[in-house]
Design a protein around this ligand. Structure first.
Ligand code: ZN
Length: 223
């Protein structure tokens, strides 16, 4: 679904665990797209075809052309499994933070670009300027992506609706997720896009609603 400008959201609609995916259309050379967190190829418990569903939704939105870059917020399989297939089929590059690089490589993934804090360099002349924030705590190399022009934060598994990401998985850290959330709560956000539909689609819209969500997390969960 088109959310704003050239940003499309794909909220996971299945029954098994899988992530929400996001897409910036036409931001690379040759009108190619950036996909964030393509999720599972096939979900592990119910064998739902996550990647085929994602491609179908993209087609419904009239997304033509191919994906040139896959950005992974982190290297958990429910976010990154399909990246290798898109890389192969579309000759796309796969990008993530170095601190999640080993986890990704151990699962058979190939990393083309290590992302660092700061502005992501897309095609020359691209109107979409994205900022990468290193936001560890759920995983050591978790990143979030901020788009100042439309005040969008793609939060991955750091922040959910009235909840935060787990910190009990390998490399998780409660203290660092708290610091990451503190820092992100200082951004000017109109759309907070979460990594999963946990009891809520995970698209939190409106400055006030986003602020209330941060307030809830800070008062009920983090302190
Ligand atoms: Zn995760």
């Amino acid at each position: 679904m088109k959310l704003v400008n050239n940003l499309y959201t794909y909220v996971w609609q299945g029954n098994d665990n899988n992530c929400n995916s996001y897409l910036f259309a036409d931001v690379l050379k040759g009108n190619r797209h950036v996909v964030i967190d393509p999720g599972h190829i096939t979900t592990p418990s119910y064998r739902e075809p996550g990647l085929i569903k994602l491609f179908k939704e993209m087609e419904k939105d009239g997304i033509e052309g191919t994906t040139g870059l896959v950005i992974l917020t982190h290297a958990h399989p429910d976010h990154c499994e399909a990246a290798s297939m898109i890389r192969e089929q579309n000759s796309a590059l796969v990008a993530l933070h170095e601190a999640d690089g080993n986890i990704y490589k151990r699962s058979g993934g190939i990393v083309d670009i290590y992302l660092e804090e700061g502005e992501l360099q897309l095609a020359n002349g691209s109107q979409t300027r994205l900022q990468i924030y290193h936001s560890p705590g759920h995983s050591p190399g978790h990143i979030t992506i901020y788009w100042p022009e439309e005040k969008v934060l793609i939060a991955g598994d750091v922040i959910f609706y009235r909840s935060t990401g787990r910190v009990d998985l390998p490399g998780g850290n409660a203290k660092t997720i708290k610091q990451s959330i503190e820092r992100l709560s200082g951004l000017d956000i109109n759309y907070l896009l979460c990594g999963h539909p946990y009891g809520h689609p995970g698209i939190i819209e409106g400055k006030e609603e986003v602020q209330q969500n941060f307030d809830f997390i800070k008062s009920h969960i983090l302190f």
